[in-house]
Design a protein around this ligand. Sequence first.
Ligand code: PMP
Length: 455
Amino acid sequence: MPTPHLSPDRIAALQQAERERFVATHPASMALARAAQAHYLFGVPLHWMRDWPSPATLFVQSAQGITLTCADGLPHADFCLGDTGAMFGHSPRALAQAIAEQAAQGLTCMLPSTLAAAVGEGLQRVFGLPLWQMALTASDANRFVLRWARAITQRPQVLVFDGCYHGAVDDTLVDLDPTSGRTVPRPSVLGNVHNHASFTRVVPFNDLAELKAALAQGDVACLLAEPALTNFGLVPPASGFWAAARQLCRQHGTLFVCDETHTVSTALGGYARLHGLEPDVLVVGKAVAGGLPCAVYGFTIDIAQRMVAAKNAAPAGHSGIGTTLSGNVLTLAALNAALNHLHTAANYTHMLALAERLEVGLTERIARARVPWTVTRLGARMELQFMPHTPRHAQDVREHAQSELEALTHLFMLNRGVLLTPFHSMLLVSPETQWNDVEKLLAVFDDFLSALTAV
Ligand code: PMP
């Protein structure tokens, strides 16, 4: 159901006005965008950076706490937080200090630093699993875990949920064709020559019957899943879904790989720990070391024994797992500081309480304005959804997509000093976020609703 009194013409007119406002108020970012155009594909170091809805990318002068100051010297209350990489705030003091100290004593050695054992202990303390390996990105970690899972189960298939995103991992860049119900390669993926749909199955989230049917063939190495979909709108699990799904995986000898890269915002140690999902393998990236490139994957002793057996049984040579800089000494120092100072009960208490107040504030305003929108929250992260109910699966999100309204929301807020994640309307509360930041966001949201609904 589209928002009734919002005509596409009105949205387009507001969008145009916001674009003009951005150009007028961001001359330095506009100039930097022109200069960068000469040296970068699409004018930015990573082409996703053009996915923000502004006429030019916002160039960053500095980021501290949740204040991101752009090239024009304008402060922004950052609720995007690097799409979770900076979930604990930008450059937390303890982290910045640990990085600075280590930076003067070696960056990478292809050897563990003296901190390695303590970091392992810290990972177990925070996430619960006893054994760990490291990678530089969550994409890498997921890719490596898929290799391990296939190696130790000797099964070819991987199972994911429709609408999933686990990084630049070929096997997972597949879709569920809504008409045929078949798994198909994702059409947007460039340079694809392999048919990953032949080794990956996709089922709808929250659908136990489909999950059961996909597992019943007995050839699935692992279910790779987020506890809630976070990359296709925020889609929480239905009550009882995970208890049953976990049981089905066990019954069919399929490993459960839980990707907590985003859902680590749920609670200290992540969703799986809070809800007792008992994953065989747990992946966390992005914020795990406070935003320094780092990802980790942990596993049970049983899985570790099977990994060792698989490695020992393989001929000598490259395992296809690992990259040169993984587990470097700078990353270990950052991870150590993050585990001790960022992944703390006090931080989560603050984040969760403030996130709840933000959710209440948004929900009240939505009700007052009588727009058919929803706020769905999972711990410290939430999404403003332009649909009347919390989605149940990816198809539900597709059917309610309102990309123009979404882009307008982001630009309107950005122009008034509030950053939302551009990919969908995700808001994240960090330990550095304060009530006055939430008040600022809510005031801008009031202005947005007034602008949209003015007759
Ligand atoms: N897993 C999940 C759940 C993610 O959301 C992402 C990125 N958004 C990744 C993995 C990949 O992270 P990275 O881009 O840092 O490799």
